[in-house]
Write a protein that binds this ligand. Structure first.
Ligand code: NAD
Length: 264
């Protein structure tokens, strides 16, 4: 496929990108002309994703094995980007999903892990890329979070609680980094058709003794648009936020959920 040029010449980091939403975002950024550093802890799959994106869009893609809960591995993402491309224009922060469960089912170790996965990794990556972006006085920081920022879901305690801090991070950084021409936004996606969601639906189907199609239909019926998003649809929003076309958007938490969350 031919690439267009909304992000031509830009270098983007996308984390947790071996599959799912991160992969969908990486594909759209590559289609728009960006060079990529993609990271994930699952290196085998990440390499396949990198090869797929290279052959589909002719983009330069560097794959970095990094567990987001480990500080040194997170540091290697920015290091690789600077070694490979000498610049970073865009950080797209995405993570693996936290453990589901009610408060009373979670251990203190679960909380420690979730704080590293959903908050500290964002702080670490942001610190790393800012060293570089502030010198260049330009950059885009885009944090992929969840609809749970606006509508806590009953069985997602860790997501409901820990991810809220990302709203604070986006608002605070947008204010503090505006003088450096660094724009900061959050993406609040609803249900996105990824392997993880399909795995969860399969588990639920087995527990309830129903066909998976019935579970997926029930989930889709809760969404006004009547279907889940494709990962690439989240990618389209991220590509826009990363582009010159979004030059006056900062400090925003933007929902992309087919109308699922109805509060203002
Ligand atoms: P997914 O499981 O399909 O993909 C997750 C990616 O994260 C994979 O590339 C995996 O290798 C990577 N990953 C997992 N743990 C990691 C770690 N510790 N370090 C580095 N990489 C790690 O998930 P998804 O559906 O694409 O969701 C992505 C994020 O969006 C998750 O945080 C999820 O909770 C959130 N989210 C998803 C949905 C949805 O409907 N899919 C909705 C709202 C929020």
């Amino acid at each position: 496929m031919r690439s267009s040029s909304m992000l031509k010449g830009r270098v983007a980091i996308v984390t947790a990108a071996s599959r799912g939403i991160g992969k969908g975002v990486a594909k759209v950024l590559a289609r728009e002309g960006a060079s990529l550093v993609i990271a994930s802890r699952d290196f085998e799959r990440l390499t396949k994703t990198a090869d797929e994106i290279k052959s589909e869009y002719g983009a330069e893609v560097v794959a970095v094995k990094a567990d987001l809960t480990k500080r040194e591995e997170v540091a290697s993402i920015t290091k690789s980007a600077l070694e490979s491309f000498g610049r970073i224009d865009i950080l797209v922060y995405n993570t693996g999903p936290p453990k589901p469960g009610a408060f009373l089912e979670l251990t203190e170790a679960d909380w420690d892990y979730a704080v590293k996965l959903l908050l500290l990794s964002a702080v670490w990556l942001t610190r790393d890329v800012l060293n570089h972006m502030i010198q260049r006085r330009q950059g885009r920081l885009i944090y992929i979070t969840s609809l749970t920022l606006k509508r806590p879901l009953p069985n997602l305690t860790l997501s409901n609680v820990v991810r809220l801090s990302l709203a604070g991070l986006v608002k605070t950084l947008a204010y503090q980094l505006a003088p450096y021409n660094i724009l900061v936004n959050g993406v609040l996606q609803g249900y996105v058709e990824t392997e993880r969601v399909l795995e969860l639906a399969k588990d639920r189907a087995a527990k309830e003794g129903k066909p998976i199609e019935e579970i997926l239909r029930a989930m889709s019926q809760e969404i006004p648009l009547g279907r889940m998003a494709k990962p690439e649809e989240v990618g389209e929003l991220v590509a826009f936020l990363a582009s010159d076309r979004a030059s006056y958007i900062t400090g925003s938490l933007i929902s992309i959920d087919g109308g699922y969350v109805q509060c203002l």
